[in-house]
Structures are given as structure tokens and as C-alpha cells.
Design a binder for this molecule. Structure first.
Ligand code: ADP
Ligand code: TRP
Length: 297
């Protein structure tokens, strides 16, 4: 078993990154070590070159993200934590795989379409080629499992397609096919301001996300102001249909407690949002304040 995942060193870690990916990295590193496997986690600094940043900002973002991962529990005695640019083979394998990947495959990537928007001609070539570099990251180490949030599923399917074609073209089993490991409960945490948009560091409104560096008051304020609707909480998950914001808050509570949304609703069904939000903020502070203290300390 070989586990690998990466994150771009840009901006702060937020609750979506934590529940969707990083918490799983930390859990898997223990499981994998117990089974004699290996875990590799890296800062995707080559990927971050698809966007412009000054040299200083890039350097600061790299050290901040490394500190945040260590604060979340990535332990260098159990996992290898590194930055991608230090291993030239990532860029080299990307170039080799560029011969295998097809333009049509990359054109279908939703992250490319979202990030390039209408101005495709003005987007960097690196942004277009981003998924091939990601395939190289994974295939380079014969990775078996890749813990990521739901939004990365399509990129991992592409990595598998590239591996299958490369193996077929060369007539040899050169690459292992990787499996994404996506947490069922927290695959996609949504913005606190808009239940249709994912929580993201690129959202201009800081009120849309909980950052791992937010203090208790900030967390309480963001949760209190999170968008909801006038109805009380339902007693069953079916009652969350068409109520994206309510569903998101219940999902967050369920993920924090490792229980089902139904179990959360069995406790809070019929309650107004006020008391539920207060309980959620308290639960978030319990989970995040030790991380924040390690990060700042
Ligand atoms: P962002 O979208 O904020 O820029 P990244 O793309 O750097 O975040 O994602 C890093 C990791 O966190 C990936 O594994 C991604 O799938 C996961 N992730 C990001 N946002 C969310 C979210 N809202 N819910 C669940 N997982 C997420
Ligand atoms: N594209 C991923 C993201 O935006 C980061 C990443 C780069 C990655 N290379 C990877 C994730 C390899 C898993 C495996 O979050």
C-alpha cells in the first residue's frame, strides 16, 4: 500500500480541505504505517506556478502550508513530507506523459473549465497541463491510494486513463492504477454563504469559509452568520432536500463527529438553527483550536 496526496501551497487551509482531505491524510498515515506501507504527502509548488505570485509570497505560502500540515498531525516520523519542486522527476515524468495524454481528455476537465473561464486563450499552458503533472505525481511512486476531496476525482480518473494508455502503448505494466480515497461524509463541504458553491480559498468572502487559523470568536461569528432558511431542522435526511445550506451545516456536524447525518438529525430534528449553530460552533472550536495553537506556537 502506498498513499500519496498533495496540496497547492496557496492561501490558508480551510475546513473543506481539512474534512475533505487532510484529516484523512493524518488517519491514513497511521493505518499505513501499521501495515508496513508508506505515505507520501507533498506541497504542489510546481502546480502553483500555473498562477502568478511573487517570489516572496510563494516562499511564505510554502512554509505556512508546511506548518499547517504539521499542525494538523502530519508526522515526519510516519510520512514523507516534501515539496514537489525538489524532486525533478515530477516535471520529467509530466513531459513523458504529455506524449500520452490527449487534448480532448484535458479539455473535458471541469477544474480547467472553471479556472480558465471564458478566457481560455489567456490561461497559462501550465493550467491546462495541470492534470498531467498531477498524474505524474501519482504514477511516479506506483501509488495505490490517493486521499482527496470529491473535486479531485476527475483528475484521478484521468491519471488512470493515462496509465492505462501508457501501459497499452508500451505493452508493459509500467504503472500501477491508483484508487482515489474520498471520505463519504465530507467529500464536498460547501460555502457558508452559498450552498451551491464549494468552500474554497479562492472565494473572495472570508465569511464563506472557516480557516484553520480562525479563533473561537471568529468561528462563532461565521457560523452564526452562515446562510440558512426559516424552517426548523428536519428529523430525517430526506427533509434536507432542496435546503443546501442546512444540509451543509448538518454535513459538517456529522463529519466532525464521524456520525451519519441521520444521527445528527435524530438529536437536533425540530430544533431552530440558533441552538444548532451554537452547538456546531462549539464543536468546531474543540476540533480546530488545538490545530490553531500548534500552528501559531
Ligand atoms: P481550494 O479549492 O480551496 O483551492 P485545493 O484545491 O487546494 O483547495 O484542495 C486541496 C484538497 O482539499 C483537495 O484534496 C481537495 O479535494 C480538498 N478540498 C478542497 N475544497 C474542499 C471542499 N470544499 N470540500 C471537501 N474537500 C475539499
Ligand atoms: N490538484 C490537487 C488540488 O488542487 C493537488 C494535487 C497535485 C494532488 N498533485 C496531486 C492531489 C497528486 C493528489 C495527488 O487539490
Amino acid at each position: 500500500m502506498r498513499v500519496l496526496s498533495g496540496i497547492q501551497p496557496t492561501g490558508n487551509l480551510h475546513l473543506g480541505n481539512y474534512l475533505g482531505a487532510i484529516r484523512n491524510w493524518v488517519r491514513m498515515q497511521d493505518e499505513v504505517a501499521a501495515k508496513g506501507g508508506q505515505s507520501l504527502y507533498f506541497l504542489a509548488d510546481l502546480h502553483s506556478l500555473s498562477d502568478h505570485m511573487t517570489r516572496e509570497a510563494r516562499r511564505d505560502a510554502l512554509t505556512d502550508m508546511a506548518a499547517a500540515l504539521v499542525a494538523c498531525g502530519i508526522d515526519s516520523t510516519k510520512s514523507v513530507l516534501f515539496n514537489q519542486a525538489r524532486v525533478p522527476a515530477h516535471a520529467e515524468l509530466c513531459w513523458l506523459l504529455n506524449g500520452t495524454a490527449r487534448m480532448g481528455w484535458l479539455n473535458r476537465m471541469t477544474q480547467w473549465k472553471d479556472k480558465a473561464g471564458k478566457n481560455r486563450d489567456g490561461a497559462s499552458v501550465a493550467l491546462f497541463d495541470y492534470p498531467v503533472l498531477q498524474a505524474a505525481d501519482v504514477l511516479l511512486y506506483q501509488t495505490t491510494h490517493v486521499p482527496v476531496g470529491d473535486d479531485q476525482k476527475q483528475h484521478l480518473e484521468l491519471a488512470r486513463d493515462i496509465a492505462v494508455k501508457f501501459n497499452a502503448d508500451t505493452g508493459r505494466e509500467v504503472f500501477t492504477l491508483p484508487e482515489p480515497t474520498i471520505p463519504p461524509a465530507a467529500a464536498r463541504i460547501m460555502s457558508l454563504r452559498d450552498g451551491q458553491a464549494k468552500m474554497s480559498k479562492s472565494d473572495p468572502s472570508d465569511m464563506s469559509r472557516i480557516n484553520l487559523t480562525d479563533d473561537a470568536d471568529t468561528i462563532a461569528q461565521k457560523v452564526r452568520k452562515a446562510k440558512t432558511d426559516p424552517e426548523p431542522l428536519p428529523s430525517e435526511v430526506a427533509g434536507l432536500e432542496g435546503r443546501a445550506e442546512a444540509k451543509n451545516l448538518v454535513t459538517i456536524m456529522a463529519a466532525l463527529d464521524d456520525r451519519s447525518a441521520d444521527a445528527v438529525l435524530a438529536e437536533y430534528g425540530g430544533s431552530q438553527f440558533g441552538p444548532f449553530k451554537a452547538a456546531l460552533a462549539e464543536r468546531l472550536v474543540v476540533e480546530l483550536s488545538p490545530i490553531r495553537e500548534r500552528y501559531l506556537g
